[in-house]
Design a protein around this ligand. Structure first.
Ligand SMILES: [Zn+2]
Length: 65
């Protein structure tokens, strides 16, 4: 097995890479999935921020009427 981060070999079933110290107990597919979810979360945060801005803009427009 190879560390997905630094590429150095390590023992089968090792929980952390001896070379870089990163957690390698989690399969690379799950790490990729987590990164994907984190990216989606950021996208949703941006979307939420934009929606809030729009709501604020609408409220301000109503107030000024
Ligand atoms: Zn490593």
């Amino acid at each position: 097995m190879k560390c997905p981060y630094c590429g150095s070999g390590h023992a089968e079933g090792a929980l952390a890479c001896a070379a870089c110290g990163r957690d390698i107990a989690v399969p690379a597919t799950l790490i990729a999935e987590r990164d994907d979810l984190l990216r989606k979360r950021e996208e949703l945060r941006d979307e939420l921020r934009r929606a809030r801005d729009q709501v604020d803009a609408i409220r301000l427009r109503r107030k000024s009427r």
